[in-house]
Structure formats: C-alpha cells, structure tokens
Design a protein around this ligand. Structure first.
Ligand code: MG
Length: 279
C-alpha cells in the first residue's frame, strides 16, 4: 500500500512536467498548421524590429465609386439592366422551339411584367461573377396556391434558379419557396412581404470554374443572397443546374458566362430596378 502511494507521488510531477512540455511546444518553422505554414520566426534576441510600415500596402490605390444617394439604387459603376422604360435594349425573350425573339412582356407602372403565353426574358449581355440587385412583385390578388402563386425565377447564368414565389403564408416544399435555389437550398428564413408589395433580392455570385473534366466543377458556382435585406443564402455551393426533375450533379456541363434569365411561369410577376456589377 505504502509503496503504491510513493510510486504514485513520484509519477505526478513527471506527468505535470510532460503536460507543460506539450503546451509549451510551438509548431516547428515551416510546419503546416491549421492557419497555413508557420513563418520563419526571428530569434528572441534578434536586433530586427518590425515597424507598422512593413505591413501596410499602399499600391495600387483602390478606385473610388460613387454610391447611390439611396441604398438599393445603382451605384455609378453598375450596368442598368432595366430602367423602368425600355425592355428591348437589354433583354430578349426565349422563343418556343429555341432561339430568341423581341420581348412581349409589358411595361406597367415602371415594371416589366410577364404575360401569359410569353417566354422567359434573357439579358442580352452575359456575365461571369457579379453582384445583382433586382426587385420583384407578385400579383396583389392571390390566385392559385403552392407553386402556382406568383411563380417566376431569377436564373443566374441561365442555369441556376433563385426561386421567385409568393411565399406569404403559402406553404410549398421548402426547397422550392421564395429565395430557394430551386430544389437544392431552401432559404435560411422566409423574409417575404405581402403579395403586391415590392421585394428585393441582392445576390453575390461566383461562377464555377472548370478543369479538364467538362462534367464536374473544378470549383462550384457559389452564391450569397439577401431577401429584403435579410441573409437567406450564405455562400452556398450549387450542386449543378437547378431542375424540376432530376439530379443536378448529372446535368453539369462546362459553360462560360451566361445571361440573367427571368422565368415566365404563367403568373404576372413584375420586375424593376435591375442593376448588376461585374466582379
Ligand atoms: Mg420558378
């Protein structure tokens, strides 16, 4: 009994020292750490002293941009995709059987509104990485339910649909409601306004990069979205083109810059104040 106690007491300081040694051991120079490669460290008696100038980067100077007087309006460097007056300078419409034709959507109260029997609108310009601001409004008179109520969509590069839907007290599948990347990512929260009220999407999009394999992303498309100023998609990595039926990963095909496309889904959804900044 006594021997065991003495042996135990002898072990304790040893264990304490071992613990201290473990804690005091810094990663070796050049060793990979969770935050990168540990840089060369000057010895403590080094005469080298750092100044704050050594970590200040001055050039090239960051260009200035004139912000809008009112947040939500386009800053000076934005491309205006719809100014409330003219659809056809920046948009064309998908035609049945393929191709495009002049837009048949109508302009009403400064908004372009989809019409029964028309096609989807495609921007004539194509984009890679961008910041997009777009305002939309579902009809004030409620007709239909679930996916049949105020359905449209903002397609990024013509392939990735950010769902537009009247999701004001309108249950549908969660990955198909307003703010969902259709059937891939439901919105983090339902930030919908009442039908007939203007709503805003602010989207930051990074296009995919492709390597040798044209059916797999080297880096996937990524998007962050604010709905009426509230974060609803936080840097999500899209799995592939959004689709009504099917597996997105199976639909990946190498692509370059693409249009912004506004879906015609049989409901008179309106859009206004659309601007984009290429990144
Ligand atoms: Mg839709």
């Amino acid at each position: 009994m006594k021997k065991t106690m003495i042996f135990g007491l002898m072990l304790v300081p040893g264990l304490l020292c071992y613990g201290q040694e473990q804690r005091q051991q810094p990663p070796a120079t050049g060793q990979q750490t969770t935050t990168g490669v540990r840089p060369q460290r000057a010895p403590e008696d080094s005469t080298i002293k750092m100044t704050h100038f050594q970590t200040e980067i001055w050039d090239p100077e960051i260009p200035m941009v004139q912000p809008a007087a009112q947040i939500g309006d386009p800053p000076a460097d934005a491309i205006i995709l719809f100014n409330g007056k003219d659809i056809n300078s920046e948009w064309e419409e998908t035609a049945r059987g393929g191709g495009v034709k002049p837009a048949t959507w109508i302009i009403k109260d400064g908004a372009m509104v989809s019409v029964q029997g028309s096609g989807s609108l495609k921007s004539k310009r194509v984009f890679g990485d961008f910041q997009l601001h777009i305002e939309w409004r579902s009809p004030s008179v409620i007709t239909g339910k679930s996916q049949g109520r105020g359905n449209s969509g903002v397609y990024l590069q013509e392939l990735y649909e950010l769902q537009v839907l009247d999701s004001w007290h309108n249950r549908t599948y969660r990955n198909g409601q307003a703010g969902a990347f259709y059937k891939q990512y439901p919105p983090l929260i339902n930030a919908s306004r009442q039908p007939g009220e203007w709503q805003v999407y602010d989207i930051v999009y990074t296009a995919p990069r492709f390597g040798k394999d044209s059916t797999t992303y080297f880096t996937p498309p990524r998007a962050t979205v604010f709905h009426n100023g509230i974060l609803i998609q936080n840097n999500v990595a899209l799995r592939g083109p959004t689709t009504f039926v099917g597996i997105p990963e199976f639909l990946i095909k190498k692509h370059g810059p693409g249009s912004i496309m506004l879906q015609q889904h049989g409901n008179p959804v309106g859009y206004r104040n659309i601007w984009i900044r290429e990144l």
